[in-house]
Write a protein that binds this ligand. Structure first.
Ligand code: NDP
Length: 245
């Protein structure tokens, strides 16, 4: 219960990695707000599970591509939980294909959600974050090495979070706020199912030989959110089964 009394907001917490993060933070004692865009029932289900753990929970509809919705979701979380200690930027979209055949809509969606959405949620959260607060964003092992074709723009969006994280670690360090990334490798979710058509090629590169589970990523996030990581800032933890090794 190292997060007892902490108040967290997890973007994209209705499914996959975000839902696992929300559950793990709650299991460790935090009250948790999640956002979602298209899965109200699943978001309500995650909130119910969190309440079942004896914690407060909020499910907030907010499209991370919409600046006004992002601002509103942070304010709603702060009002509902009575403040904010931990922000987890998890919501993300993956669109692939060779660059020459990508649509403008796909390129915009990646940039709007994976980059601008993270920038704006942090911007909205900064005035509310407590001394010693935590900002954790979900990057990707592709942020550092792109070991497969057809994923250049998505990879770029995750690389952008590295310099954002480093710069904010400098800016927010004086307030004792740490800013870090967790970089998942192939992780079994709707976005990248372990039984999907692209899975075998990814699995072949993983040193441990198998996909990760959302809980593997949640464990790293909970570590960065907890007291044991108080001196860790401006960096990232790669949880990729050795794909980038
Ligand atoms: P999923 O597609 O399984 O789940 C995505 C989650 O994000 C859902 O809760 C979804 O909400 C939410 N979301 C998507 N778009 C938006 C939006 N515009 N506004 C608000 N919420 C949104 O993805 P994963 O769990 O696999 O991915 C989570 C993060 O991890 C992403 O940032 C992804 O890029 C990253 N990642 C994933 C890897 C993998 O192999 N799975 C590998 C490396 C990084 P809703 O249910 O309402 O649609």
């Amino acid at each position: 219960m190292d997060l007892l009394g902490k108040r967290a907001l997890v973007t994209g917490g209705s499914r996959g990695i975000g839902a696992a993060i929300a559950r793990e933070l709650a299991r460790r004692g935090a009250d948790v707000a999640i956002t979602y865009v298209s899965s109200p029932e699943r978001a309500a289900g995650v909130a119910k599970e969190i309440e079942g753990l004896g914690r407060r929970a909020l499910a907030i509809a907010a499209d991370s591509a919409d600046p006004a919705a992002i601002k509103h979701s942070v304010e709603e979380a702060v009002a509902g939980l009575g403040g904010l200690d931990i922000l987890v930027n998890n919501a993300g979209v993956a669109r692939g294909g060779p660059l020459e055949s990508m649509s403008l809509d796909d390129i915009d969606a990646i940039i709007d959600v994976n980059i601008r959405g993270v920038v704006l949620s942090i911007q909205a959260a900064i005035p509310h974050l407590s001394q010693g607060g935590r900002i954790i964003s979900i990057g990707s092992c592709l942020a550092e090495r792109v070991a497969m074709p057809g994923i250049s723009v998505y990879s770029m969006s995750k690389s952008a979070l590295i310099s954002l994280t480093r710069g904010l670690a400098r800016d927010l360090g004086p307030r004792g706020i740490t800013v870090n990334l967790v970089h998942p490798g192939p992780t079994d979710t709707d976005m990248n199912p372990a039984a999907g058509p692209q899975a075998e090629a990814q699995r072949a590169g993983i040193a441990l030989g198998h996909y990760g589970k959302p809980e593997d990523i949640a464990g790293a996030v909970a570590y960065l959110a907890g007291p044991g990581a108080a001196q860790v800032t401006g960096t990232g933890i790669v949880v990729d089964g050795g794909l980038n090794a």
